[in-house]
Design a protein around this ligand. Structure first.
Ligand SMILES: [Zn+2]
Length: 148
């Protein structure tokens, strides 16, 4: 009898503390990529996340959202220009006329990837959190990106 009482007091208390820790860890630490697959020679990539979400991102989406300082400055300048009503023609280089491809995706630290593109640009460092929020297509599950 007394053994049973001791067990029931110690048991649920210990379990509750442990599960609180796990919830905290999950909310501050997002899923991590467990597999990266290039499709169509790099025109799109698929990220398989540890929580079961498969995120399909085109090279164009990734390139347009390059978070490096140069691209952010360019984007800010373009936004300012379109606000002022001045329109300039985009002059595309030969490389930009080719279908854009992801040529390299290498880990930068534990929580980011450095992504290189076929247009020669490769200084953007995409954090996992940032990648996860990019608009992917196809195979997200209902517990995935749309709920965040
Ligand atoms: Zn960039």
């Amino acid at each position: 009898m007394s053994a049973l009482i001791i067990t029931s007091v110690a048991g649920p208390g210990a379990v509750a503390v442990r599960s609180d820790d796990e919830d905290y860890a999950e909310s501050t630490m997002d899923a991590v990529p467990i597999a990266l697959t290039k499709h169509e020679g790099g025109r799109s990539v698929e990220i398989q996340w540890s929580d079961g979400v498969a995120q399909h991102l085109t090279a164009r989406v990734l390139r347009d959202r390059c978070p490096c300082a140069t691209c952010r400055e360019k984007k800010a300048a373009a936004a300012k220009q379109s606000q002022s009503g001045v329109r300039s023609l985009n002059i595309l280089s030969a490389a930009e006329l080719q279908p854009l491809q992801v040529t390299g995706m290498t880990p930068a630290g534990s929580y980011a990837y450095n992504i290189a593109f076929s247009d020669g640009h490769g200084s953007g460092v995409y954090t996992l959190e940032y990648l996860r929020e990019l608009p992917g297509t196809g195979t997200e599950t209902s517990t995935g990106i749309s709920t965040r």
